[in-house]
Design a protein around this ligand. Structure first.
Ligand code: C5P
Length: 229
């Protein structure tokens, strides 16, 4: 089974993905980490994240082994890397360079030690629409920009990073605008995605609603299969 989780930044995708990972025992890929790593490497090389040639070379140089471990690298979690990720992710050849790894992970999911898993959870912006349009379960999480900015601010403060609410809010809105309006693989829900607004929901409530959706989906698939037999 493939579970695709897309949505805006700080809508709760990562938290939900980890809960589903524990529940189902599937392997999980945070695809944002791939774009963040490319963005960080471009910045580290003193280049502009909008430089398509450099960003593409860097994306092409990442080995599958490296890509599998990137989500554990804390250095890519800064706001600066998030903004750089949003810029490199608008470059079609960067997306192309990262596509095969994501697709292969979805079809042959493995844990970080290489052990095969019986299902995959991927989170990102275009998983249900581009990387895995065939995913059995497609989820799309949203939340108001103000709530997401508050969540992000809290995360930053917990890490001891000084930030101002107004700046974080402006950043969240800028990233939404860039991710939703880019020409290639823009952020949008798949036609068959379950759209959930997490603004006023607890983590438990999001998880419960998603589990109910997955159960109802599996019941429908079972009924259709019986009808075809
Ligand atoms: O999810 P996260 O905030 O780590 O993603 C960083 C950026 O990477 C996003 O703002 C988005 O521009 C880009 N991204 C993407 N496609 C994905 C995952 C992330 O374009 N599948």
């Amino acid at each position: 089974m493939i579970i695709a989780i897309d949505g805006t930044s700080a809508a709760g995708k990562g938290t939900l993905a980890k809960r589903l990972q524990d529940f189902f025992g599937f392997a999980y890929l945070d695809t944002g980490a791939l774009y963040r790593a490319v963005g960080k490497k471009v910045l580290d090389s003193q280049n502009n994240p909008e430089n398509a040639t450099i960003a593409t070379q860097i994306a092409q140089s990442l080995s599958p082994e490296t890509m599998l471990c990137l989500q554990n690298d804390p250095s890519i979690r800064t706001e600066v890397c998030g903004a750089a990720a949003s810029k490199v992710s608008a470059i079609p050849s960067v997306r192309q360079a990262l596509f095969d790894f994501q697709r292969n992970f979805a079809l042959n999911p493995v844990f970080e030690d290489g052990t095969p898993a019986k299902g995959a959870i991927l989170d990102g912006r275009d998983i249900g629409t581009v990387v895995c349009p065939d995913a059995e379960i497609k989820l799309f999480l949203i939340a108001s920009a103000e709530i997401r900015a508050k969540r992000r601010l809290k995360e930053l403060q917990e890490k001891g990073i000084y930030a101002i609410y107004e700046d974080v809010l402006a950043d969240v809105k800028k990233r939404d605008e860039r991710d939703s309006n880019r020409a290639v693989a823009p952020l949008k829900p798949a036609d068959d995605a379950f759209i959930l607004d997490t603004s006023d929901l607890t983590v438990d409530s999001v998880f419960e609603q998603v589990i109910d959706f997955i159960k109802s989906k599996q019941k429908t698939v079972g009924t259709n299969q019986q009808a075809n037999d």
